[in-house]
Design a protein around this ligand. Sequence first.
Ligand code: ADP
Ligand code: MG
Length: 588
Amino acid sequence: MSRPAPRTTPPWRLLLGYVRPHRRTLLAGALLSLLAGAVGLVLPLVARELIADLSDDRPIGGELALMTGLVVLDAVLGGVASYVLRRTAESVVLGARKALSSYLLRLRITAVDRTEPGDLMARITSDTTLLREVTTDSLVGLGTGGLTLVATLVVMGFVDGVLLAVTLGVVVFTALVIGLIVPRINRASRRAQDAVGVMGASLERVLGALRTVKASGAEHREEKTLHSAAEESWRQSVRAAMWSAAAGNTAGLAIQVAFITVLAVGGARVATGAIDIGTLVAFLLFVFYLMSPIQQLVGAIAQYQTGSAALTRIQEALSLPAEPTSRPAPLPGADAEPASVAFTDVRFRYAADLPFVHHGVTFTVPARGMTAFVGPSGAGKTTVFSLIERFYDPEEGVVTLDVRPLADWDLPELRSAIGYVEQDAPVLSGSLLDNLLLGNPDADDDAVRRVVKTTRLDGLVARLPQGLETLVGHRGTKLSGGERQRVAIARALLRRPRLLMLDEATSQLDAVNEAALRDTVADVARSTTVLVVAHRLSTVTMADRIVVMEAGRVRAVGTHRELVGADPLYAELAATQFLAADDSPEQP
Ligand code: ADP
Ligand code: MG
């Protein structure tokens, strides 16, 4: 993600996209603040009246009331204006955050493989926040500052054209200088936000593995990484601030220069009689009136640079490959038929710059029954499951479910047919029940009770202080490895899938639990298609067919009895690699 992605949309257009739904309120806020300014301008006029009345001994009640009214009106308008503007800006941030979160949930797994989740998180949380100032300060500043500037210049043109030309010369020269500074603000802001992304990524890495970090005594080193990212962000933000200040001061300086130039040129014109002294004085006053809109504009442009750096980072996240949006599909009904699966000459690699992982994988799994995938680690077994879920697409060959190529399936519909317990399946933070219902939020209490029993989680539920409502902690830290695996299996079973895929799903269970789960899975296989990556001889021997994989190819397919005699690799695996059923790695 650090290399800039191809920019499909310029940042300002992306910004306008987020602002568009709120353009009315934004305009209203800007008008209100202009109005508040105008009310402020009336005050001196009333004050002049008041003083005139005082010196002529007339009553001043009217002026006092009017001034009080104006002051209150000014305060109210100003207050409402800043509330409306801020509220609009927050809505823009909200819109961007929602759009980004929805998008990131749809990211293709390929994109996630190549991105730091912590950096993506920073893009949603931190970069979007910067849109707030961009909306209020830059957009409103550009609008009101620009309007005031143009209006003032027009009025100045009426006073004296030659002096206006002199002033414009200075303004244009300043604009060129500021044009040189602006990209530096952008670059520094970009680096500052990238550093926040790096920090997010390191934080995610460290907090996700805090036990390992502590056990390895690596806190100090990880602290250095975090600190240096924070410092880099500081350094770049300070640099951006320096260039912003330079731009602001250049604008201030320009006004002074314009003043001196107008004084000199205007003085000469007064001397030749081209203009009178009153015109020169009026013009000089106008030059000072230019100060505020110009500084507002420069501030807006500088602010926009920070925002545009953030917008570019948001844009990059939005250009990562994602799955198409579609509604979630309903889960298959109780009477749904089990699914069949087939691979035909599937060649696949995780990325174009990585070696092939499947070199022409072919096998067929009929509906119903249990199929075990065995083979040395790295053979490509997990990849088979990833392809069936369409986390990735094969480069060549076809995968079918129900004889229909996966590419022809509606993605949510495909996934709703499948229950998948991935290797090292995670438990999410939240309650135990949340975790069970993740794949089927509509499951009733009865179904939950049944599945808790068949996955032998009932003992755990009884032991936990709040039963199913007990919070299981970040990544299920309050559960043992075996308990986490049983939660994952229960979650998949609750979906009543037409295809159940278990990837080393019982590797951490003790012998008693493993045997019980084996019976459950055998039971499920009578009505569902079950694919297992198995690690225990007892499970493998029970399978209706075994697919032996090695180095991205299918070596042999058959039953245990057939394969032991026919395939030397299988015979060796059976003799040495499969764990005996009485291994008991599960700890309480
Ligand atoms: P198995 O499950 O049989 O142990 P896998 O299907 O997990 O094997 O992996 C097959 C090969 O693909 C391995 O060499 C592994 O390093 C590689 N691999 C797995 N996942 C990824 C990934 N997300 N990105 C790149 N390479 C991967
Ligand atoms: Mg695997």
